[in-house]
Structures are given as structure tokens and as C-alpha cells.
Write a protein that binds this ligand. Structure first.
Ligand SMILES: [Zn+2]
Length: 404
């Protein structure tokens, strides 16, 4: 079982600087490869990542684009893995795009990466680094301090050095044996969870799990700060005499104040991600640890995200992430995840008598069953109906068992 452990790095200033340059190189190589890929497609050639990489290897020490001011190839200062991996990544991205499209799922082809707009990262192959105590020895930069030691034992597959706001992390992929990966379950219950907007998760036990307060507070200050930041940008545009859309290749004068604001905003974003991750990890671990079966709705998340009013709230709770975590953790706890059919009317069935209510507006948080007079909390009722899917008490034929 492939598990990843992300460990915060504590680099020196020089190491920090190298990481930024290596990530920048990986981005530039990706863009070069993508441009070449597109050129070949336009020319009627069927591109192959390996051929494009060979092409790049032929020019990378010669082409003026890849030489520094002294005419030296700067790629020599960056470890090979950082500029070899983007080709494999690009091939993977195209493959995934075509798979998604074939499956009729929304997909976009690989895009060019913009500085400051993409994830800064570069790859290191498993034989190019080693862990020594609380340090990792990386090519070109030597030993870098780790903030914690590797959690898993198993075969190390590779690692990426990734930036988040102004911190760098080492993400190590480890192939852990099924036995080592197994975790002990503490309960054998069957639970239904209704992932919601007003409340992050409602359990069939009646418990409501709220998203953490720090998240709400951080989101509020995010709104304020991004508004402030866009005002600064507007001001810069006015000074530059630009109205509306900024034409490409226009360089706005960079003010110190704006840069500072952008950095603060990036830090805040990173913090929101951390708080949210912490919350979903605790929730999904708990659900898998305490239950034999977890039933969730197969929500059409992308469809719902198209509805703007709901979009913000839903993406805040991180539906996708909760489901992703449930799936891989379930495998470790030997817990079964049951996905309810997208059309299963979990909200509209009465969990008391099973009669289906005709209409239920999104705003109706509570309702009374016309047939048995049971009074329902919308979310609790939905969670109970989901739980029943797995216990077979209700139309079990709509249950779709999902492995892993
Ligand atoms: Zn009823």
C-alpha cells in the first residue's frame, strides 16, 4: 500500500534558495515540454514523452534559452531529477485527461504553469536521497533538517520537495506492507454520514460535527484581505493607466506593499488548508476507526460546484477530500465504504415509516412526515437513511459497494 508522509523541512537560506531554483526549473521544463507537445500535435505528430525528453537533452546545455548571463548552462547547477521528472508528469497528465474524458467526466488538458500561480515542487528519486536521523540528505544541498522523522517503515519510492506559502516540505512516498499499514478498529458499527453545508457532517447517531471555528475566522479574514489586495492591484492599474483587463505582457509596477500583501495572503491560504486538513483527517480517521461500515452519498460534487451559492460552502468543507481520505483509510482499518446512489433520496425519505416526501426545498431544515407524523431534522434523517442502506433495512439494491 502506497502511503505518503509529508514532513516539514527546516532549510538554511542557501538550501531555501536552491529549492526555489529547482522548483522554478521543473516549472520551466514542464512548460517547454508542453509547448513542444502542442507543437507536435499541431504538426500532426503523435507526441511521446520519452522522445520530447531526448529532444530536450540534446539542447539543454546549448540552447541560449537555457544559458545564464555568462553563457553557462544553468541546468548543471540543478539536480537532474528536477528537470527529468516533468516529462513523465506531463505524459501522466495527458493520460489522465484522456481517461477522464473517455469516462465522460469533466477534465481539462495540461496547462502551462505560471510563476506564483502553481504549486512549486520538484522530484527526487528514491536512490538520490537518504534519511539520516532527523535529517534528509538531498542532492546538491546536502543535509536538511526535518521537523519530524518518517512515520512508516517500508520501501521508499521517491520524494518531492514542495512549497506551501513560505515553508518547504518533503513528501515521501513509501510502499508499506498490508500488515504494517493495518490499523486496529475499535468498533463494529454501521454509520451513515450526511455531508452538508450548514453543518460539516451529520452522523446517523444524531451527532453533528461542525467545521472548526478557526477555519471560519480565517475565512472571514481571507475575504477582508483579498478585497484589500485587489484594491491595491486596482490602484496599480490606475497608475499604469490600464482599465479592466490587463493585457498580456504588461508588467505592473511592483509595489512593496502589494508584494507584502500577497505574501500574507499566501500564508493565510496555507493556514486555512492546514486547519481544514486537520479537521477532515480527524473526522475521517474517527469514522473509519469506530465503524465496520461507513455509508456516504455519492454527491455530484462538480455539478454542485457549478451552483455558485453552494460552491463556496461546499468547497470549504472539502467534500472531495473527505471522500478521498475515507477511501484510503478504510483500506487500512478494514472498514467498508458504501456509496449511496446519486439518485437515492436520502433527504426525502421518512426514516420512521419509509414514505417518500414529494418536495423538500434546500432551505427546509426540519420537516414533519405527512404519513406517520414523525418530526425530522433534515440532516439527521438523511444520515439515518444512508445508514439503513448498509443494514439492508431500506432499498438495499441502490447501494453500490466500493472497494478501496
Ligand atoms: Zn413517516
Amino acid at each position: 500500500m502506497l502511503l505518503a508522509h509529508r514532513i516539514k523541512l527546516d532549510p538554511t537560506l542557501e538550501q531555501h534558495d536552491y529549492f526555489a531554483r529547482a522548483a522554478g526549473t521543473a516549472r520551466r521544463v514542464w512548460n517547454w515540454a508542453l509547448a513542444e507537445w502542442q507543437r507536435q500535435v499541431a504538426a500532426g505528430i503523435r507526441p511521446k514523452a520519452i522522445d520530447i525528453k531526448r529532444q530536450f537533452n540534446r539542447i539543454k546545455y546549448l540552447d541560449p534559452d537555457w544559458l545564464d548571463a555568462e553563457g553557462q548552462p544553468w541546468l548543471r547547477n540543478i539536480h537532474r531529477d528536477a528537470h527529468a521528472q516533468p516529462f513523465a508528469n506531463l505524459a501522466k497528465a495527458w493520460r489522465r485527461y484522456f481517461e477522464q474524458r473517455r469516462a465522460g467526466k469533466p477534465a481539462h488538458p495540461p496547462r502551462f504553469k505560471k510563476r506564483g500561480r502553481c504549486r512549486d515542487a520538484f522530484y527526487v528519486a528514491n536512490d538520490k536521497f537518504r534519511l539520516v536521523g532527523a535529517k534528509v540528505v538531498l542532492p546538491k544541498v546536502g543535509a536538511v533538517a526535518l521537523c519530524e522523522s518518517l512515520r512508516w517503515t517500508g520501501k521508499i519510492q521517491g520524494a518531492s520537495v514542495v512549497r506551501e506559502a513560505d515553508h518547504w516540505f518533503l513528501s515521501i512516498q513509501v510502499d508499506v506492507s498490508e500488515i504494517d499499514a493495518r490499523l486496529r478498529r475499535t468498533g463494529d458499527g454501521v454509520i451513515g454520514i450526511d455531508l452538508g453545508v450548514s453543518c460539516a457532517a451529520t452522523l446517523s447517531t444524531g451527532e453533528k460535527v461542525q467545521a472548526p471555528r478557526p477555519l471560519k475566522a480565517a475565512l472571514r479574514s481571507l475575504r477582508i484581505r483579498s478585497r484589500r489586495q485587489s484594491r491595491k492591484l486596482e490602484a496599480a492599474e490606475t497608475i499604469a493607466g490600464i482599465n479592466g483587463r490587463i493585457p498580456k505582457a504588461t508588467r505592473l509596477p511592483v509595489s512593496k506593499n502589494r508584494t507584502k500583501g500577497a505574501k500574507g495572503l499566501a500564508r493565510l491560504h496555507a493556514r486555512i488548508v492546514r486547519v481544514r486538513q486537520d479537521f477532515t483527517h480527524k473526522l475521517t480517521t474517527r469514522l473509519c476507526r469506530e465503524n465496520q461500515t461507513v455509508v456516504i452519498e455519492d454527491l455530484n460534487v462538480s455539478g454542485m460546484l457549478a451552483n455558485h451559492k453552494l460552491a463556496r460552502a461546499i468547497s470549504d468543507v472539502g467534500f472531495h477530500e473527505i471522500r478521498r481520505q475515507l477511501r484510503y483509510k478504510a483500506a487500512r482499518y478494514d472498514t467498508k465504504i458504501v456509496l449511496a446512489d446519486r439518485w437515492y433520496p436520502s433527504s426525502r425519505l421518512c426514516s420512521g415509516c419509509g414514505v417518500r416526501k414529494g418536495e423538500l426545498a434546500l432551505g427546509e431544515r426540519v420537516w414533519t412526515c405527512g404519513s406517520c407524523d414523525a418530526f425530522h431534522d433534515r440532516d439527521v434523517n438523511a444520515a439515518i437513511n444512508l445508514q439503513r442502506l448498509a443494514t439492508g433495512a431500506l432499498a438495499a439494491r441502490t447501494a453500490l459497494p466500493v472497494a478501496g
